[in-house]
Design a protein around this ligand. Sequence first.
Ligand SMILES: [Zn+2]
Length: 347
Amino acid sequence: MKDGTAGIRYPWQTPPAEGEAIEVAYGVLWMRLPLPMKLDHVNIYALDDGDSWTVIDTGFDSRKSRAIWQKLLDGPLAGKPVGRVIVTHHHPDHVGLAGWFQTEHGASLWTTRTAWLFARMLQLDEQAVPRQETLDFYRSCGMDEAIFKQRASERPFNFADMVAPMPLGFKRIKQGDVVRIGGRDWDVHIGNGHAPEHATFWSRDDHLVLSGDQILPSISSNIGVYATEPEADPVADWLEACERLSQYARDDQLILGGHKLPFTGAPLRMRQLIDNHHGALERLKAFLDQPKTAGECFPPLFKRTIDEGAYGLALVEALAHLNHLYQVGEVSRTMREDGAFLWQRIT
Ligand SMILES: [Zn+2]
């Protein structure tokens, strides 16, 4: 069968229960930690390095996560130490307990330079109320007034609440590296778009891929623009990375991602990951025959109603797509009196 002609298949229909593991390949354990959000879990993998384990991603730092980790360490990991933590990208559900593994378990941390810098910077940057530049950014997006008022007065999401303190020191992973994990050699390919400098690992010795959130089944990775870099074009980064990584995708690979179920059918899935955004950009362009703020652009982008819980993610994703159309010269941008950008198609 030619690659890309197979459908997407899930060899395991049921994820591991809390504190338990499923061996998805020789010496490779799949585990889960809960998240207190709509996306209610993150996948964790442990690879057997002989006298120790390498853990891929860690979950949030919370009392509950630490208790589940203890159960995993005593149970499926059989008391063997975690010698190394590899973090695919800087988001808190992945990096949350890396510092804890370093300080409490003596593990070394391997990740990309950008992931480490971002995670450590954000972990240290604790805020009681949003900064003025964040509020200006929300205004520029045309954020819903009630949500704006609420956010302006309350403690924002802080990395420090979900990510354990990170000590100095890590080992850098970069594009083109070959790393040995769990008795296999893995090619490192760097993704972008969902998170800057996101590491993925492609086994040279068998059919495994550790894909983090760069390649996920059944849900689309959030692609957002934030106050840290309001002019960013992560949609372009995402499309470039997916096109580039597609050349390594094969139908026989088992993709072990950061969320949802392990799957096969990577060539088709990667095509979908690219096409979904081209489709969204086309619908958005058609919608912008009249000037709109980012906050008004949900209908063409999301085929569902956006409740308050999803509003923040939807807003940053809308801006990401608008920034892309702007960067490629398809829309214009003007600032309204209230500080909101109005976007309109250039015809
Ligand atoms: Zn994630």
